[in-house]
Design a protein around this ligand. Sequence first.
Ligand code: G3I
Ligand code: 9MR
Length: 455
Amino acid sequence: MLCAAVPNADELARVLAKSYYYQRASQSLDPQYAGQWSRPAGHPDTLVAFHPSSGRNEGFLSSPGGWYDAGDYNKYVVNAGISVASLLMAYEAAPELFADRSLNIPESGNGQNDLLDEVKYELDWLKTMQDTDGGVYVKITTKNFCGMVMPEDDKLQRWVVGKTTTSALDFCATMAMASRVYGSYDAAYAADCLSRAERAWRWSVENPAIRYSNPPDILTGEYGDGQMSDEFFWAAVELAVATGGEEYKAYVREHFPQYANLREPSWPFVAPLGIMTLAFAEDVCGLQAEAAESVIAFARRSVAQAEQSPEGMPDINFNWGSNSGVANTGALILCAYRLTGDKAFLKVAEAVSNYLLGDNVTGYCFITGIEGLGEKTPVNIHHRPSAADGIAAPVPGFLVGGPNGAHNDAHEGVVYPDPRPAASYVDITESYASNEVAINWNAPAVLFYALYAQP
Ligand code: G3I
Ligand code: 9MR
């Protein structure tokens, strides 16, 4: 069942932002906000067992709330960081799009911006992941993925696992950013975010190379990343802007040249988030002009690629979650448009939007629940509630992962009828490698359409 015809960019930004409400853990979704997708609360997460990898051998952590990561019900700090950052950038780009009552969530009517209310649901959870020493646990997870059941029917024991440099630094950057953005929302809350960010930074400096990999009894998502320098850079940028501290500013100035040649951000490569902050936030590091030039140069390269492509599209890397790369690329191009007013950038952004809405070789509009340009819409997304709720229509407002040339789920029997990378998308529940949804894939789409609505 489809909703309206192609909505405007502002409506798309809100539909995509509303998906986070549907991802809320530990809370029931009531019909007045969730319509036919209302459901009981799942995963209270008040008694999460310490896994030995956490450094504790007994006891429980209370870690309620937050958003489910994706089609699964686990909650991962690394992926939360980039997701929150993109959403806060969307807020900063176009706050009025998400004004109070714009998203129809339980907080609507409290006088505060709805997107900030929604992101706070994640930040409140993130705060529970910080240990007393300033370090930050990697994830709340079951030992293996549960079946395709509703949240309230997954009764598997939840575990809190590990503490790593990237989870601490992504947490640090996110909290520092939140301290800046939430100052006028709730000053005490913002101050708490900042002190947590600084504690996580100090922990990371003392523990600069702790990499996560799953212990043998944990089989869920890893978000493992052995390259921590980009996380250090992003965290230093956010702390520099939030505090003006000399240590952070010096760090940023020293490492900026390494990241000036921009590519789009992704969960393992977050330096571009730091460059975006340098380009748009208060210029405490004296690097604003250079950062803006990085963004503009990226957009110029995208235009050159688009001119070489029959579809007028910038290059796409058809890896797992390729649509998030497309959305992030589009967002950076629109950032460059903001900085320059160059209409060539807007033209490529339009091609990016058309691609996501169905003007691509699969013919699918890649966002659930809307009628895009394409003749098809995803129905069987790899999303446990959508698979288990008995409702034909998937939960709306999700960007699917999209074409995946590596076919990372073929070994589980998923068949890609058209194996060309750009066509490697199948709308079946089993295809987690092309048809899952995820908080870090929706977030750049929210940012892209927020920028598109108010370029
Ligand atoms: O880092 C290498 C890079 O060096 C290489 O050039 C490139 C070539 O393909 O691969 C890169 O590694 C990829 C990695 O993501 C980083 O981008 C892997 O091939 C790829 O398999 C891996 O996919 C990730 C997947 O989990 C498996 O770990 C996705 O990015 C990530 O979005 C996805 O996340 C899952 C969570 O684990 C669990 N929850 C659902 C979520 C979405 O599917
Ligand atoms: O549902 C899981 C999804 O969230 C992950 O992205 C994916 C890759 O880690 O794994 C999915 O779970 C599958 C598991 O890996 C293998 N057996 C089938 C599970 C459900 O399709």
